[in-house]
Design a protein around this ligand. Structure first.
Ligand code: G3H
Length: 435
């Protein structure tokens, strides 16, 4: 794995170039994604060493001698999404590999080109058959899972696709699923919010990579007394975001790579307008080919599609509230439960909201946007948003199973174990550790 990391660093420019051209992520964001992934590999190697050190010993309990480790689960099928084609593919591929599982990577429909320069590095760094890269459309997945030979399904994408795949396994109970799925993260802006800070965080939170992040803020609730300030701030902020091709210096809004996406977003905006919302920012919602100018929608209510659907694009639905229970009810009834953001400065009110919110989502962000990082933090979700937890250390657990070798403490057994360990005859029964 160390060898692999040093080989791919040399391919940074090529990988970034392919990502920029295929998924239209800006050069800066693509470079960040690459660097973050290399850091993730290094952190995973360190986490493995920690785990190995802790497990390179015997436990003696009630005269039973045991060595407890984490063993691999078996073949893993890893599938990342188009929006983080390198980072989120590697977020499952790397821990799967390092815990000893052979892997099939099925590339996303978009965001597959960057894997081609990496194939040589995989070939030179891992034994034959351990890393298998499969290019092709989604029809190739079903027969693989139907074979019953996949033990782990690691998938970042929609919950409907995950459900369809899981049921294709002839023994679904054998299939461990590690899933990062849909999300509709919301922000609640309280009366006491620091508005300049809130606007800044909401703009990045809703519009980084055009809102094409599972963690993006996709619904905003604001106390009625602060509506005008918020809308003015967001509208002015959107106007300052440079729009253009992903290789242009400083660009923030870029073309959307998914075919038909601008048509879908136009449908969301039209539906909201037909039911009484307005596009607040000048030019909002204009679409030219694959470019879509961010649309700030207000007032959005529960009859509108934008209130419920995960737009995964540059549409910012804003709803006013008089009573904070409006926003709480939204989160309670929402089918997703990844993260939320809370903006305010009144400690009593913030605390009153934090406590119910931690039972609805898996990360409550105080006065900041929703985000996955730092990657050492647990990343997961409730309801239809995730299964299993990804972080540097949690992922090692997801791709392995606690396994032990145990023996009663008789003189013969002790002698036997001593022979195996001193003679370094077993990989599992061993008190050596990786430096
Ligand atoms: O698309 C989902 C990503 O994991 C989001 O990661 O919050 O670091 O952009 P991020």
């Amino acid at each position: 794995m160390e060898d692999f990391a040093s080989r791919i660093i040399q391919m940074r420019d090529e990988v970034v170039r392919l990502m920029v051209w295929e998924i239209c992520k800006s050069v800066k964001d693509s470079e960040n994604e690459f660097d973050r992934t290399v850091e993730y590999i290094r952190d995973t190697i360190d986490a493995l060493k920690d785990l190995d050190r802790a497990n390179s010993r015997f436990v003696i309990e009630k005269d039973i001698y045991a060595q407890i480790r984490r063993a691999p689960l078996g073949p893993a099928l890893c599938m990342g999404p188009f929006n983080y084609p390198l980072n989120e593919t590697f977020a499952t591929l790397i821990p799967a590999l390092i815990m000893g599982n052979p892997v099939i990577v099925k590339t996303p429909r978009l965001g597959k080109l960057l894997l081609s320069p990496l194939i040589e590095a995989f070939k030179d760094s891992f034994p034959k058959g351990v890393v298998n890269i499969l290019f092709g459309d989604r029809r190739i997945i079903k027969p693989i899972i139907e074979s019953g030979k996949i033990n782990v399904l690691a998938f970042i994408g929609t919950s409907s696709a995950a459900d369809a795949m899981r049921v294709s396994h002839p023994h679904p109970h054998r299939l461990r699923c590690v899933l990062g799925l849909d999300a509709k993260n919301s922000a609640i802006v309280l009366k006491s919010a620091d508005m300049p800070l809130t606007v800044e965080e909401l703009l990045t939170g809703s519009l980084s990579f055009n809102g094409q992040r599972c963690t993006a803020i996709k619904m905003i609730f604001v106390h009625r007394s602060r509506v005008d300030e918020l809308l003015d701030g967001l509208s002015a902020g959107i106007a300052k975001l440079p729009i253009g091709m992903p290789f242009a210096e400083g660009v923030k809004i870029t073309p959307l790579p998914v075919p038909g996406k601008t048509g879908y977003l136009t449908g969301l905006v039209d539906d909201a307008i037909a039911q009484g919302a307005k596009v607040i920012n000048p030019g909002g919602g204009l679409a030219v080919k694959s470019l879509f100018y961010p649309a700030l929608l207000y007032p959005v209510n529960k009859d509108m599609r934008a209130y419920h659907e995960e737009q995964f694009g540059p549409v910012l639905p804003v709803a006013p509230f008089d009573d904070e229970n409006t926003a709480i009810d939204y989160l309670v009834n929402c089918q997703y439960g990844q993260q939320m953001s809370l903006f305010g400065s009144d400690p009593d009110q913030m605390a009153r909201l934090i406590d119910p919110m931690v039972n609805q989502v898996c990360r409550v962000n105080i006065n900041s946007q929703c985000q996955r990082g730092p990657d050492t933090f647990p990343f997961t979700g409730r309801k239809d948003s995730a299964e299993g937890t990804l972080s540097v250390t949690d992922a090692l657990r997801c791709f392995s199973i606690r396994t032990l070798v145990a023996a009663k403490g008789s003189a013969t057994n002790k002698e036997l174990l001593t022979h195996i360990i001193r003679g370094r005859k077993s990989n599992f029964l061993s008190t050596d550790f990786i430096f």
